[in-house]
Unconditional design. Structure first.
Lengths: 412, 344
């Protein structure tokens, strides 16, 4: 055969634009989030946001009526007050009710109002991300479980149990005056250890007993909830060191509380790295794609499963630590039904319940999409009664789009 | 150099950042400091929006609270010229204190003028209530209080007193002597625990009354009814039942095999349990001010923000409603107002 007769490889046909776009998993979710945000910005309208003006020390305040007559503070009925005059040395300020000012005697401060967009207000955006973070952190771990073609129904119970034991440790070991170097390791450490232990127990039972994860985790969900009741006696646990709450997890930056969001981003990035760039991550995808083939390829299937369930437990514990730090207490019902939200976020994020597909960043974005629906209901003042209907329909649409996208995506 | 995935994510983050930076530019400034220059003219109408957050959408007592809140809003709008009061109802589907805390924060961020809340967990909600109050959004609690928070008022009943009332009525029915079983729901629920404590303390005052035990079951009608029947069958000497919630009475024939042998006193005179009183199977129902939870809370908030008035007392306790065969028909008429779908 001459060189001219050697068959030349034929270039693979280039995928259509639609197919390539559909293949970008997270791009679709980012687009959905941008579209939802744009719709809420345009449809939500504006709101009056309050801002605080403290009264200087030693200032004198008088209230005045429509004729300008001044009276001592607290003398006039509110509806007769036209405004307040504040004198501090030579400086005089006037605050008119018609301009949106009010005086809060308990705080000795005035509050004014300015107009901002309901959705695009930075405080609202951070709140949406913060509210999503508790679910998103767990959804990153659930993504790995679902890629394995597994499931974990006990994740909400693990969150609750980790929160309770972490709270008790913070209360008893750290004490209310403990500094950050004591409270943070105790709170986060105990929560993560408890979560890791519960997750590892799930993994060991699934692998060792060879029972379907649905059954094992259904049982452990009930067991962990029972342990919560026995230990808590139905009472919530609070009184944490301030260094753990307002000193760290609820630390304020420019009127917002972004630490849970930062934790969520870090977990998402680390999860993405582990799944995409590490050996164990590739093993997870391989097992999810075809467990038998993975076993024959020499992948330690049982060990990988135990690691994955343990990591989900660890992340549930971490989310519980964030919950403790932000809210300042652990209630016995913490995490009740959260497993459904975590699974929903994971599936909306692109994970396939059949296994073999999913992404950590997608899970984070999925949690944000769910939270945006909630936020939209409030901004648009939609009747709360429709919340679950809207949420259920949104999840179904997300899964249908996901399956359609999978069919359109380039193969091979 | 950059993959498709990285480029799309960067574009997305960039778009969100751009939108956010646009969003915080004041579209108009209605307030100025130092003098009246540039002040916006007074609005022709004043609109107040009050957020109302109950414990669980699925619990019908909170639907009555919602009706009460909306009725108060309507009345205030009609009676005050140039004033419109609206209610923003945000309640989790099931009891979830974390979700309630999220709603408090979101409503505060959205600029509501006040919040009324029934706290699933006082400890957990304390910091968000305090943050709302610090942000000049007054908070009133109803049904379940957060006593250590910065709420300015509470309206409702005392849960321990409610449990004691149930036991007091049952003791009267038993003429001071008998074996009593207590039925409760979620053992983690603080207000149910308080009611059980009230039952126990009141029972201790009656020498002839013995508490067999407190029996817990999932808070569904079928589970509760089944539990009662199992317990009565196993303990035929039980002569009285103290129900700290009316769950089993939301289904038919719940008390078959029980009412023939025991007196029953329960909380919550909702429409379905009233039928048991009419049939003579339940002797007394002890009611809370469900409609008042919403109605009075909105009134308290309006007085605070519109008239600048605090209530005379922080704790505003309502009387219990006692429903028996003498007044059951009259009480049933209330539900036509509180919940028009009740079919009463």
């Amino acid at each position: 055969m001459t060189k001219n007769e050697i068959p030349q490889p034929v270039a693979a046909p280039r995928s259509s634009f639609v197919r390539r776009l559909a293949g970008a998993q997270e791009a679709g979710l980012v687009l959905v989030i941008i579209l939802m945000g744009t719709a809420l910005t345009l449809l939500g309208g504006n709101k009056q946001k309050q801002f605080r003006i403290a009264v200087p020390e030693g200032a004198s305040i008088v209230e005045y009526d429509a004729s300008g007559t001044e009276s001592e503070l607290g003398t006039l009925p509110l509806q007769q007050i036209t405004g307040w005059r504040v004198a501090t040395g030579d400086e005089k300020n006037t605050y008119e009710r018609a301009s949106g000012y009010s005086f809060n005697a308990n705080q000795n401060a005035f509050f004014g109002r300015r107009t901002v967009n309901k959705f695009l207000d930075s405080e609202n955006l951070v709140l949406v991300a913060k509210d999503a973070s508790f679910i998103a952190i767990m959804a990153v771990g659930m993504t790995a479980v679902i890629i394995l073609a597994g499931i974990d129904l006990s994740v909400g119970a693990i969150y609750g149990l980790s929160a309770l034991l972490g709270a008790m440790a913070l209360q008893k070991v750290a004490g209310q005056d403990a500094g950050l170097f004591m409270s943070l390791p105790v709170g986060v450490g105990v929560c993560c250890l408890v979560g890791l232990a519960c997750g590892a127990a799930n993994g060991l039972m699934i692998v060792g007993l060879r029972v379907h994860p649905f059954v094992i985790t259904l049982g452990t969900m009930a067991a962990y909830r029972g342990i919560i009741f026995v230990i808590s006696g139905g009472q919530s646990v609070g009184n944490f060191p301030q260094s753990f709450t307002s000193g760290f997890f609820k630390a304020e930056f420019a009127g917002t509380y972004p630490v849970p969001v930062i934790v969520m981003i870090i977990v998402g990035v680390v999860g993405m790295f582990i799944l995409a760039k590490t050996v164990v991550g590739r093993q997870v995808y391989a097992i999810g794609g075809n467990e038998t083939a993975a076993k024959y390829a020499g992948i330690p299937v049982g060990r990988v499963k135990i690691i994955v369930y343990s990591l989900l437990g660890l992340l549930a514990g971490l989310s519980a630590a964030v919950y403790l730090g932000y809210l300042g207490a652990a209630e016995p019902n913490a995490g009740m039904t959260y497993e459904l939200k975590v699974i929903a976020a994971t599936v909306i994020g692109g994970a396939s319940l059949m296994g073999g597909r999913g992404s950590a960043i997608g899970a984070v974005l999925g949690a944000i999409v769910i939270q945006l629906i909630d936020n939209g209901m409030i901004i648009l003042e939609i009747d709360q009664s429709y919340n679950q209907i809207v949420m259920g329909v949104a999840i179904i649409i997300a899964v249908v789009i996901d399956q359609a996208k999978a069919r359109l995506a380039p193969k091979g | 150099m950059f993959g498709r995935r990285s480029v799309s994510m960067m574009l997305g983050l960039g778009a969100v950042t751009l939108l956010a930076s646009c969003g915080n530019q004041d579209t108009s400034d209605t307030a100025t400091t130092g003098g009246s220059d540039g002040a916006a003219p007074a609005a022709a109408t004043q609109t107040y929006t009050f957020g109302v957050i109950a414990k669980a959408e699925q619990n019908p007592v909170f639907q009555a609270a919602r009706v009460g809140a909306e009725a108060a809003a309507k009345k205030l709008s009609e009676e005050n010229d140039g004033v419109t009061v609206t209610i923003n109802w945000r309640t989790p589907a099931t009891e979830d204190a974390q979700k309630q805390a999220e709603f408090v924060e979101l409503l505060t961020s959205q600029g509501v003028d006040g919040i009324a809340i029934s706290c699933t967990d006082a400890n957990l909600l304390q910091s968000s209530i305090n943050a709302a109050a610090a942000g000049n959004v007054p908070v009133v609690t109803f049904d379940s209080d957060a006593p250590n928070s910065d709420r300015f008022a509470y309206y409702g009943v005392d849960d321990k007193a409610a449990g004691a009332k149930v036991m007091q009525e049952l003791a009267a029915q038993l003429e001071g002597s008998g074996v009593v079983a207590v039925l409760s729901g979620n053992p983690n629920s603080a207000n149910l625990s308080a009611r059980v404590d009230g039952v126990r303390e009141e029972a201790a005052k009656h020498e002839g009354i013995q508490i067999r035990d407190v029996f817990y079951a999932p808070e569904t009608a079928a589970d509760m009814a089944a539990k009662m029947q199992q317990v009565q069958t196993s303990n035929p000497d039980i002569t009285g039942w103290a129900l700290v919630g009316g769950w089993p009475l939301y289904t038919d024939n719940a008390l078959d095999g029980i009412y023939e042998n025991a007196k029953v006193v329960s909380m919550d005179p909702l429409p379905l349990p009233l039928a048991y009183v009419k049939a003579g199977q339940v002797q007394v129902l002890v009611g809370q001010p469900y409609y008042g939870w919403g109605y009075e809370s909105v009134m308290l908030l309006f007085d605070k923000v519109h008239n600048g008035k605090d209530p005379a007392e922080v704790m505003n306790y309502a009387e219990f409603d006692i429903v028996n065969t003498d007044n059951v028909d009259e009480y049933a008429e209330n539900w036509n107002i509180w919940d028009p779908t009740s079919g009463n």
